[in-house]
Design a protein around this ligand. Sequence first.
Ligand code: TPP
Length: 656
Amino acid sequence: MLDMYRLMLESRRVDDRMFALNRQGRAPFVVGSSGHEAVQVASAFALDRDKDWVLPYYRDMGVALAWGMSLKDIFMAVFARADDGFSGGRQLPNHWSDRDLRVFTQSSCIGTQYPHAVGIAKALQIMGEDAVVAVFGGEGSTSEGDWHEAVNFAGIHRLPVVFITENNQYAISVPSSDGVAGSISERGPGYGMHGRRIDGNDALEVYRTVKDAVDRARRGEGPSLIEAETYRYYAHTSDDDDRLYRSREEVEEWRRQDPVVTMKQYLIEERLLSEAEEKRINQEVTDVVMAAVEKSESAPAPDDPYSHVYARLIDPGPAATVPEPAVQGPIINLITAINRSLHDVMETHPETVVFGEDVAGKKGGVFKATEGLTDRFGEGRCFNTPISESLIAGLAVGMGATKLRPIAEIQFADYIHPAFDQLVSEAARISYRSNGVWTCPIVVRVPFGGGIHGALYHSQSIEAYYAHVPGLKVVVPSNPADFKGLLTTAAEDPDPVMILEPKKLYRLVKGPYPEGEWRVPLGKASIRRNGDDLTILTYGAMVHFTMEAIPALEELGISAEVIDLRSLRPLDWPTIEASVKKTSRVLIVHEDNEFVGYGAELAAQIADKAFEWLDAPIRRYALGEVPAFPYAQELEDMLYPNPEGIIRHAQELAKY
Ligand SMILES: Cc1ncc(C[n+]2csc(CCOP(=O)(O)OP(=O)(O)O)c2C)c(N)n1
């Protein structure tokens, strides 16, 4: 209890110091935790700091200190210094991260930590590890979809996770009456878990409640939800003026229940602490805080904004100039190859885990991509998720923080949009925001594209959204061998890789399937055919339509070089450049919208870097100004790029 008190006091002193530094103009932005010390420190004490995991949020100074974060690191983050141990000056202060201490890196997005927590907990369950995960957040965060998706999943799988809500009555200025329906703790039983509402300012009550929850989780009895009532004494952050939404009387009322004062009084009344000892502790704490400020402020500033965007940078190497040698193996269609590749990768990489909607059991996916995986590898390694795309992506991010290598499936690209935040704001930034300490070794498989009579919501192309994002890798295999090679490389890559599967090709395209080890490097395009008169840059289903157009173009005397880009991010620029220098004419073909589509980037790069070699404007053949392909066959046929269109565009370009 004395240790707890010292840490609560330390947390309070750090806060006071941070706000003072802010007022002095030395710290541009600070976040306070004052008022929350009991729930934070006592929760940390109820966990096993040698083996459990924590996902604290930005207000959790008490958790950070109790978990062993150094004061020097904490203040270095306040001053955005290079070696702060959290993000190297890339994130705002209070964005905790420590791989050795099992504190997963966090973002500023409210609620995104919950799917990560259940991902870690699911991984611990699969690996049979005796550890518990505690995830923290404000009451405002319990209104996010991610919270509900994560709590639901934890309830279904009886995961060893404790959800701790620090209900400080406000989300910035929004009172909980405007943000939270009913009671947070009472949602617990609804999601199949214990729910308790407690006085978050009473450290001993917090300790007992969290300890019970942790013990239950450790015994395999599943998750718990704890709502701790508390209050913050400072404004939301140094940028907020809380006088606009809270009365002085209300703040004073809560100050009378100050958790640090309450704890001190309890210790003195119980004769566990004397006034003199308390004074000494107080002075010691003040001294260490002041010393940490001094050491941190003068530390060097960061100087490299480009490092750690990726855990593994890809060098495309020299330009490909000729088609790759023919692959040997049985001739199978693309969907069979996807299924076999997943079997092969799961066999050779025991740390891989497959999950998504409908992927498990006898069904094996709506396209049968995952058929047989549960039977062969067990329910731990191939399991169904609820219809929660954000959770699927966040689960992968959390699992990737452990020794596991998640391979997630999004059923259709059209339904990936709820996962955008987890993929873009979380997965893509894990390495960068943790200064290279954490990686995000996840694979996300996504069937995409039209030409299948799938209408507006089973036909979308999404590559432009994701290829835009530094930190992600995006590949599009167009044949069985490339799928196997890219899946294998992606599963071994330390960065998040999105595999876009042209679902029109699933049963349409057949090719040799390489048995045994087979890798295709990320970032490497493939020349499908050499030619001299123009270069056609394409990927996915359009590779095949382009190849279909070739005989007709030959008859017209046009020799086209066809490049299957295969990897949209990173891009194999040397191969494109070499081809453009040879042919001086470029046609780009894709089935995504033309406007701000992937082809726009290709055209811009070619115009920038190879302008002198061009003899004609760069042309694009892509989807026009409609949101996606309509259902009626007549309408889809009018819009879907086809060999005739490719011939027409190539002819015009060759004539230019
Ligand atoms: C997804 C998202 N929406 C909005 C914000 C802006 N924002 C930052 S903190 C905050 C309030 C959070 O309240 P709560 O979860 O109760 O935690 P508290 O700050 O009160 O501890 C908001 C809306 C954000 N960071 N992320």
